[in-house]
Design a protein around this ligand. Structure first.
Ligand SMILES: NC(=O)c1ccc[n+]([C@@H]2O[C@H](COP(=O)([O-])OP(=O)(O)OC[C@H]3O[C@@H](n4cnc5c(N)ncnc54)[C@H](O)[C@@H]3O)[C@@H](O)[C@H]2O)c1
Length: 249
């Protein structure tokens, strides 16, 4: 029995413009580590805040790109879990009935795409794509370890992961698309994110301000819990399929 499941499912069934934001927690059941958990084994002596910065890349591109290549290969090997799949099914169901669905993700792993989600806005970029530090041209490296660190682009310049590093601005097209979706949002759902990182954290506040119900899915309380309409406690791979089934019933 999941507390608050029924009222949340009813709101989802009645919504016309659904916006969902996801964070690292939605991929935890696919074996992708949250930021804090990546710092073990080989990388236990490193601090993510000191690897995921433009300054770290400038100072030691070899170490930074080795860390990202290791994480990239982990993401490529991972499979979507029932939480990702439920969100893809939710989108398909809403679009069949002429309703809209926008998925804002802070994840860089591309697992939402792999699960079949279509309208995905990557707020923090993607670790699967890399970009030339000279021309800005993006490319998708093959699914094999790099043989040089940093790898080089066709232009001969170092490649960097197409992710947003600490201290960098979020991509403007993604922010514009997210803000556009928030204009009409009449139900907001926050899944597997600690809701501390702005501006992502601000979307839930904006939804509440607009009077839209906010559903939180997380095994632990977060800074959103106090203002969310319903907090569904548990793993997203367990809660989301139940929520979807109840909404579609
Ligand atoms: N998968 C990825 O792409 C990935 C992985 C690591 C870090 N990051 C980056 O790290 C930053 C950290 O912010 P964040 O809020 O995404 O992550 P976070 O690490 O701050 O928070 C993760 C949240 O997930 C919850 N959680 C853990 N297991 C869960 C489960 N099974 N189901 C649902 N929720 C679960 C935790 O309680 C926590 O609130 C982001 O900017 C993101 O870009 C991304």
């Amino acid at each position: 029995m999941i507390e608050h499941l029924q009222p949340a499912a009813l709101a989802l069934a009645q919504a016309r413009h659904v916006v969902v934001i996801t964070g690292a927690g939605v991929s935890a059941e696919s074996g992708i580590r949250t930021f804090r958990d990546t710092m073990e084994g080989l990388w236990k002596d490193f601090d993510p805040a000191r690897l995921a910065t433009p300054e770290a890349f400038a100072a030691d591109p070899a170490t930074v790109t080795r860390w990202y290549d290791w994480r990239r290969l982990g993401c490529l090997a991972a499979e979507p879990n029932p939480g990702h799949v439920a969100l893809a099914k939710l989108e398909a169901w809403l679009s069949e009935t002429n309703r809209t669905f926008t998925l804002l993700t802070q994840n860089v792993d591309r697992l939402h795409h792999k699960a079949g989600s279509r309208n995905v806005i990557e707020l923090h970029g993607s670790i699967i794509e890399w970009r030339c530090t000279r021309t800005g041209r993006k490319s998708t490296p093959p699914n094999a370890p790099f043989d040089e660190f940093p790898p080089r682009s066709e232009a001969g310049a170092p490649l960097r992961p197409d992710v947003v590093w600490f201290g960098e601005a979020l991509p403007q097209p993604a922010l514009d698309a997210a803000e556009h979706a928030m204009h009409t949002c009449d139900l907001f759902m926050s899944v597997g994110t600690s809701s501390v990182v702005y501006p992502a954290a601000g979307f839930a506040e904006l939804a509440r301000y607009r009077g839209a119900p906010v559903i939180e899915v997380n095994p632990a309380p977060t800074s959103l819990t106090r203002t969310a309409t319903w907090s569904l406690r548990g793993r997203s791979g367990q809660i989301l399929p139940h929520l979807l089934n109840a909404a579609m019933a």
